[in-house]
Ligand binder design. Structure first.
Ligand SMILES: [Mg+2]
Length: 166
């Protein structure tokens, strides 16, 4: 399996099938923040994201933001609003923050999934940490300038890939 290959491709977080996660033995869901849970051009998460998180919690899943965002206040506020734990300054694609989160919850890699909107950070970090990965479409067109650069290569990496829900 290539380091840039996700386990599943889904149009958005609220479209990720919670039954599939639970049914495949997932207990811990690691979530990217920017453009996965919270659109970069919005202050908070959309209602559909909060509803998905509620449903995931009700299904027994444990939830943790793992964010590269350097603004700890933004990440901690989102975590509080969404009722999830968080690990910031994650430095994905390095896998260390994902491992930190798994230790925090006492859940192994085989029962963990990383969900995010970027191939070269979220999917790569997930694969390096040995967890399953779900790539979602970025939830806004707003990105950091260097992310725009990565998006060019990302489009190449995603040629021929179809996303569930599109
Ligand atoms: Mg992101």
């Amino acid at each position: 399996m290539g380091i840039f290959r996700a386990t599943r491709y889904v149009a958005s977080l609220p479209q990720v099938d919670i039954g599939w996660l639970v049914g495949s033995g997932v207990e811990l869901v690691l979530l990217d923040r920017d453009n996965t849970c919270v659109p970069r051009d919005a202050g908070g998460a959309p209602e559909a994201v909060s509803a998905w998180l509620d449903e995931a919690r009700a299904a027994g899943l444990r939830l943790c933001l793992v964010s590269n965002n350097f603004h700890t206040s933004q990440v901690s506020r989102s975590a509080r609003e969404l009722g999830v734990e968080f690990v910031d300054h994650a430095m994905k694609p390095a896998p260390f923050a994902l491992r930190r989160a798994m230790r925090l919850f006492g859940v192994g890699a085989e029962k963990t999934v990383m969900i995010g909107d970027q191939v070269f950070t979220d999917v790569a970090a997930g694969n390096l940490a040995g967890v399953r990965t779900v790539l979602v479409r970025p939830q806004s067109r707003s990105d950091l300038w260097y992310t725009h650069v990565f998006r060019v290569f990302e489009r190449l990496a995603l040629r021929g890939v179809t996303f569930d829900g599109e």
